[in-house]
Design a protein around this ligand. Sequence first.
Ligand SMILES: C=C(O[C@@H]1C=C(C(=O)O)C=C[C@H]1O)C(=O)O
Length: 342
Amino acid sequence: MPIFEKIEQCLIAQNPFVAYLKPNELTCNLLVQKDADLKLFSGQSGFVFFPFDKGDKVVIPFEEADFSQGIIEKKHYNLVSDISSSQTDKVVFEQLVSNGIEAIKKGEFEKVVLSRKIVLKKQLSVLETFQNLISTYSSAFQYLFFHPKLGLWMGATPEQLVKINQQQLETVALAGTKLYSEEVKWTQKEIIEQKIVTDYIVSNIDKKVENIKVSGPNTTKAGNLAHLKSIITGQLPSDNFAMTLIENLHPTPAVCGVPKNVAQSFIHNHEGYDRKYYTGFLGEYAIAGSTNLFVNLRCIEIEEKAVTIYVGCGITGDSIPTNEYIETENKSMTMRNVLVTK
Ligand SMILES: C=C(O[C@@H]1C=C(C(=O)O)C=C[C@H]1O)C(=O)O
């Protein structure tokens, strides 16, 4: 049976499942859980789905699921055009960013990532949207995740959290955003913003990972956007160590801030909504000796009659509120560009 028909059956039967494509692959992987229980993560090999902070850390265990694969076809469906942020969204977000800048200038922290949600009150054509997504963002990690107790999420994330193969670790520091062009010029603000992420990751893994190497930063393309990216590699002392390292790294300053705890409290006290699984992480954990996890960005949460797009951006002392708002609008285009409604 074609993979899209299997996904449709899962949606109708309300079976927990995940359909996903790794960057630059044409194979769609489908993991369907055999029962509808919520499986909390306790080291099982499988597909993990973790929140930003509060919430259940979930896994679809490989041993309790049916796994299949299918080659996808590239095709596009017509889009919706009437999704937009309101003037109130703009004012509220710019005020949030101003509060962040003020706290940084007072010395409370160095960087914070602030976000908002854009809600479209429409019923989504899930499969057509997913088809558009996988036809458009092949260099991202593309997924559709469903659990009856958590809901339906879809995204195309450009950000790897970690890749671990035979104890060889690779992670990235991704930050700084501009609209993509051949000649992207980075300012000091973005260079510093990205360096904060690299330094945090290196200092965090420093005592536990051997032979650490950092390359970049280089410009990387993600949909219509460009980011600055460094690649960090090293050797883990043992396999058992992977989840401790991952939970220590997460949430990185690419999605939270520095120092982590102070930035995280600022987010809780000021953002005004629950991020749920946005800026959490997801992907394969300990499958055939490999772990391949991504940060949950450029994503939507799909409900019966509403679609929520989640977007955020890194704030430093040099941020300008209007520019940061525009950056979130630009980031929201990743998902807006593929949405099909009924
Ligand atoms: C928070 C998001 O993106 C993160 C923030 C970035 C930035 O501030 O420039 C860039 C990439 C991501 O690490 C998002 O896309 O919602």
